[in-house]
Design a binder for this molecule. Structure first.
Ligand SMILES: *[C@@H]1O[C@H](CO)[C@@H](O)[C@H](O)[C@H]1NC(C)=O
Ligand SMILES: *[C@@H]1O[C@H](CO)[C@@H](O)[C@H](O)[C@H]1NC(C)=O
Ligand SMILES: *[C@@H]1O[C@H](CO)[C@@H](O)[C@H](O)[C@H]1NC(C)=O
Length: 366
């Protein structure tokens, strides 16, 4: 197959998306992961439909990552359902993410805290640390785009309590018209932060709201205990189908996202992806253990520092053996065609120069 599966062994994982309640300590921070961790997006245009379902990703290699509690990272307390598989690709315009994690089905309509949830975080400012969500030391009253300059992180958080599986959430005309990163329908929100207590929706800030903020993310979720309706029925879930499956069913959760490589952000609130360059990402996962609602600080993280995310250019892609043979045939054929036409033109030129009597009529005589 393509590349070998990259395995990331255990990471000692203090926090990712820390919330105010958990943010009192000022102890020394250490991250024991020195592993050169890298996600690699592949260039594969035209294969992904953002519908929450994972089948269209089956030929894309995933990165398996351990999920350890962000605040108290012991291997013994790793997420019971197992590792998370992260898949990333881009099509030259958008970047796509699939987060796939096994888990018994739990869903409480309208209560985000009694449903699984995921977040992605990216470095924006050059001095933004994974630890403490950017790591700006200003207090909530003084953090702003001047005092915390260079510490910006971009966050996408999907809470599914109001999101119908298979339906698209994220950026929508109403919230984008209001100029912020909110999502009034499904809570797939576009945020930025300088620290855990300085988090804002895109377009909002302590120094005022800027109407140019946008939610640039789209996403959907799925659990494979769902039975997809037959073609003759409604081909998708509606709200009335909630809870969509029965509690405790074994299966895998899928969270699928896309975002344009570049956005129109002018305030360091969005990460900007560049082809042939790397970005820095972190991934968080919340799960209501034993049906109990989770709190913001109670989440799992795939690493205790940024993970590099490479966005390769299309030309660096190694084509698969099966498809490359048909490509070779196609290019051999076009080479033959161009040889034939070259010979033909040489012959025509020779013939014309040899037969000086070819009639020539100037245009102005017509
Ligand atoms: C800080 O934010 C305010 C309000 O959004 C904006 O007007 C100002 O230009 C920003 N300053 C910088 C340095 O980005
Ligand atoms: C990041 O930190 C370095 C060293 O403290 C500083 O020179 C640089 O200006 C900072 N970058 C920004 C964008 O503030
Ligand atoms: C910004 O928008 C939010 C939400 O609409 C609102 O609560 C807040 O008061 C606004 N801030 C300013 C300074 O207008």
């Amino acid at each position: 197959m393509l590349r070998p599966l990259f395995l990331f062994s255990l990471f000692i994982t203090p926090q990712l998306i820390r919330f105010v309640i958990s943010h009192q300590e000022r102890g020394a921070w250490s991250c024991e992961s020195n592993t050169e961790t890298r996600f690699q997006a592949v260039y594969k245009p035209g294969i992904i439909t953002v519908d929450g379902q994972g089948q269209d990703w089956k030929d894309i290699d995933g990165f398996q990552v351990s999920l350890l509690p962000a605040l108290d990272p012991h291997q013994d307390d790793a997420y019971q359902g197992g590792k998370m598989t992260v898949k990333v690709l881009h099509d030259g315009h958008d970047v796509f993410f699939l987060l796939q994690v096994d888990g018994e089905y739990v869903y409480t309509k309208g209560d985000n805290y009694k449903c699984p949830s995921v977040a992605l975080m990216f470095q924006v400012g050059e001095n933004a640390t994974y630890h403490d969500m950017g790591g700006c030391h200003e207090s909530p009253g003084t953090c702003n785009n001047k005092t915390c300059r260079g510490h910006e992180v971009d966050i996408m958080h999907f809470s599914i309590g109001n999101a119908i599986p298979g339906r698209l959430y994220g950026g929508n005309p109403l919230d984008n018209r209001d100029g912020n990163g909110g999502d009034r329908y499904g809570h797939l929100v576009d945020l930025y932060a300088w620290s855990p207590h300085c988090r804002y929706l895109d377009g909002h800030s302590p120094s005022g709201n800027d109407s140019s903020g946008q939610n640039n993310w789209k996403g959907a979720w799925w659990h494979d205990s769902f039975t997809v309706h037959s073609a003759s029925a409604i081909p998708g879930f509606i709200e009335g189908d909630s809870p969509y499956s029965s509690t405790g069913q074994k299966g895998t959760y899928y969270f699928e996202f896309s975002r344009p490589l570049r956005t129109m952000d002018r305030f360091q609130q969005d990460v900007q992806f560049t082809i042939s360059q790397s970005s820095k990402v972190a991934v968080a996962f919340w799960y209501p253990i034993d049906g109990k609602p989770w709190r913001g600080s109670e989440h799992y993280s795939v690493s205790c520092d940024w993970v590099l995310l490479d966005i390769p250019s299309g030309s660096s892609v190694i084509t698969r053996a099966s498809s490359s043979s048909s490509w070779e045939a196609a290019s051999a054929f076009s080479l033959l065609l161009s040889l034939v036409s070259f010979c033909l033109s040489v012959f025509v030129g020779y013939w014309v120069s040899k037969n000086k009597s070819v009639p020539f009529m100037p245009m102005n005589n017509l």
